[in-house]
Design a protein around this ligand. Structure first.
Ligand SMILES: Cc1cc2nc3c(=O)[nH]c(=O)nc-3n(C[C@H](O)[C@H](O)[C@H](O)COP(=O)(O)OP(=O)(O)OC[C@H]3O[C@@H](n4cnc5c(N)ncnc54)[C@H](O)[C@@H]3O)c2cc1C
Length: 342
């Protein structure tokens, strides 16, 4: 349905809005998708302009970053703002803590590399995660034994309901496994910048398999190189084979459910429940390599859905439904999808 828009209150060109905005280059799954309107957001003021235009036109507004956690419909009856606001800086806190701030449109992995190249450790385990700084708090990105929340201090967001900037401290953000207040709030808060507090006395996090054999005197650059090497060896390069990383969350279940699934890797949680490997469950259903249209379960990584060339939203959606159905029928476990559908 593309006919709900009313006459815009301001000329589109002053807001840098483009009609029938092509999102194909703005999603790592490589899905062909167009938004009714779209803009690349290079300045803060554009965020409010786009939000107000959305209100006046009756269309929803979605603000995205690198599109690495998205499944896009072919046509979006929406206004999409691609966050590209740049800038980053480093300060020392009074106690010697390193305070690093980056604007939402900075590339996350480049930003991590930049901190490490300044001799600042603390983010190296999160190197190589695609996407932007502004999206990192949305699902509290995590990898190799570290989550964003472990290093997070605060963020500034645009409140698209109250039309003003708001600062969120760490304890307001409700971070948990791939969750945050911002994800729950359904797009109300648009992240403008993120501030991280990195420890003065750096201690490497080497608990994760593959990092645990690094020498005790390792530096942050060496940890980062190892993380990047592991990621390269494990994950398909989305530039070559479109994908959105892990397609399902690892389900957290009651111990009795886990007990009923022989052989499944289990990770006990503080609340007594057990996290299971979604990849193992999908693999056990014999779905590696399974294909719907041009979307397929990666032949080596059951948790990754890849675009084999020309996949559509419909292909991805059908494949994801098949996987969920198979896992639920065989194991009684409901998988939830990680990438957000727009
Ligand atoms: C190959 C691959 C590997 C991955 N590995 C990991 C991993 O190890 N760990 C992990 O946690 N994730 C991983 N991901 C998922 C993804 O990289 C992260 O979720 C990342 O933070 C998404 O950033 P993005 O800029 O691409 O966000 P997008 O995909 O553009 O958007 C994701 C969501 O965030 C919202 N959003 C984006 N920017 C803003 C903003 N400024 N303000 C408010 N909302 C915003 C969007 O509306 C959308 O709801 C991987 C993805 C891929 C493709």
């Amino acid at each position: 349905m593309l006919n709900r828009v009313t006459t815009p209150k301001a000329p589109l060109d002053t807001m840098h809005l483009t009609q029938h905005f092509d999102l194909s280059a703005f999603n790592t799954m490589g899905l062909v998708s167009h938004a009714q309107f779209g803009a690349v957001i290079a300045e803060r003021r554009q965020v409010d302009e786009v939000a107000r235009f959305a209100t006046s036109s009756g269309l929803p507004a979605h603000f995205i970053g690198g599109g690495s956690n998205l499944v896009l419909r072919d046509e979006l009856a929406a206004i999409v703002g691609v966050m590209a606001i740049k800038g980053r800086n480093i300060e020392r806190g009074p106690d010697g803590t390193v305070i690093v701030t980056a604007q939402a449109g900075e590339d996350w992995s480049e930003f991590v590399g930049w901190t490490v190249s300044q001799g600042i450790g603390g983010l190296e385990n999160l190197a190589g995660i695609p996407g932007t700084v502004g999206a990192a708090p949305i699902q509290n990105i995590g990898a190799y034994g570290l989550e964003l929340a472990d290093r997070f201090q605060s963020l500034t967001a645009w409140d698209s309901v109250d039309h003003k900037e708001r600062v969120f401290e760490r304890d307001e953000c409700q971070f948990s496994y791939r969750q945050s207040l911002f994800k729950q709030a359904g797009g109300r808060f648009i992240v403008l910048d993120v501030t991280l507090a990195l420890p003065q006395e750096w201690v490497p996090v080497l608990s994760y398999a593959g990092l645990d054999n690094l020498p005790a005197d390792v530096d942050a650059a060496a940890v980062m190189e190892r993380v990047l090497a592991i990621r390269r060896s494990k994950l398909p390069d989305w530039h070559v084979l479109g994908n959105a990383g892990s397609f399902f969350h690892n389900p957290v279940v009651q111990p009795a459910v886990a007990d009923g699934i022989a052989g499944v890797p289990r990770y006990p949680q503080p609340d007594g429940r057990v996290k299971l490997s979604a990849a193992w469950l999908i693999d056990a259903c014999g779905l590696k390599g399974y294909q719907e249209g041009q979307a397929a379960v990666h032949k080596d990584h059951a948790l990754i859905i890849v675009n084999r060339g020309g996949a559509t939203y419909g292909d991805v959606h059908k494949l994801a439904s098949t996987i969920k159905h198979a896992v639920e029928e065989r194991f009684g476990v409901v998988l939830t999808q990680e990438p957000i559908e727009l």
